[in-house]
Write a protein that binds this ligand. Structure first.
Ligand code: SAH
Length: 261
């Protein structure tokens, strides 16, 4: 029996897969990839003769049956997922049937679209004394939110929010943030198809106008929404600096000097 690897492909740019993920693809006998966002990595790195299949028209049962069948034929099977496999990727639903079938599995992390979107926009998700917390979440759609996790409740922390699977519900995002006390001119950045060469779009706006801006740019899918009090900090004239690099701060690798004048 072969081993099935759940590999994070990263957000789209084939260069954003990990070295380990790429090595596994290069040695794979079979690859099942999740939709259009990751096919480039699959086709670029998988060896000649590798069985490559898109799972977009498959049910969960068909996916796991396919992986179990391929595990009987090859030593290395890769299930390639967008971004990081542990976020909104049905990982456990796929792992359980493999466990039941006695198929060994491994998971390789990937660059999540949340991180890639922040990088594309040159935004930091944390900033000293502004926010030190990031919430990765989504708005309720067909999948309801568990109790205590509505956007309205989470937004009351006023920290950074990275919203997956929510671009078609931007009006609800706006309503819930306003209800949580965010102001209409709070900054928002939406990154569409982040890291995709020639296709990435970075749309900056406020809670009040981001929906119209996304509409004007025809961004209705595959987008990461970041709302945060630190957006735009690149342009701020003054920052609270990170203590780690502060000349007066002592830590394990450096003794601070007294910088008081
Ligand atoms: N596991 C993935 C998320 C899968 S859920 C990850 O870690 O990124 C799918 C959602 O992820 C999309 O609705 C969108 O919000 C986001 N997403 C995935 N790839 C993206 C990309 N290249 N650019 C922007 N958002 C992306």
């Amino acid at each position: 029996m072969g081993k099935v690897w759940f590999v994070g492909a990263g957000p789209g740019d084939p260069e954003l897969i990990t070295v380990k993920g790429r090595r596994l693809l290069e040695g794979a006998g079979a690859v099942l990839y999740a939709g259009s966002l990751v096919d480039q990595a699959a086709t670029r790195y998988a060896p000649a003769g590798c069985v490559i299949r898109d799972s977009k028209d498959m049910t969960l049962e068909e996916i796991t049956a396919w992986l179990i069948d391929q595990a009987g034929r090859h030593a290395t099977i890769v299930r390639l997922q967008t971004g990081d496999p542990t976020l909104y990727g049905a990982l456990i639903e796929m792992v359980q049937p493999l466990d039941a079938a006695g198929v060994e599995i491994g998971v390789v992390p990937g660059v999540s679209s949340a991180m890639a979107a922040a990088a594309a926009a040159t935004e930091s998700l944390t900033l000293p004394e502004v926010t030190q917390t990031v919430i990765l979440t989504r708005i309720a759609g067909r999948t309801p939110m568990p109790e205590g996790e509505s956007l309205h409740e989470l937004a009351q922390h006023h920290c950074t929010l990275c919203l997956f699977l929510s671009i078609t519900l931007l009006h609800k995002v706006m309503e819930e943030l306003l209800a949580a006390g965010w102001s209409a001119d709070a900054p928002v950045v939406v990154v569409h198809k982040t890291s995709w060469p020639g296709e990435e779009k970075i749309i900056r706006g406020t809670l009040a106008d981001i929906r119209d801006k996304c509409r004007a740019e025809k961004v209705t899918s595959q987008a990461m929404i970041i709302v945060s009090p630190v957006l735009g900090a690149r342009q701020w004239p003054e920052l609270k600096r990170s203590k780690l690099y502060d000349a007066g701060f002592t830590h394990r690798f450096r003794k601070g000097v007294n910088t008081a004048q």
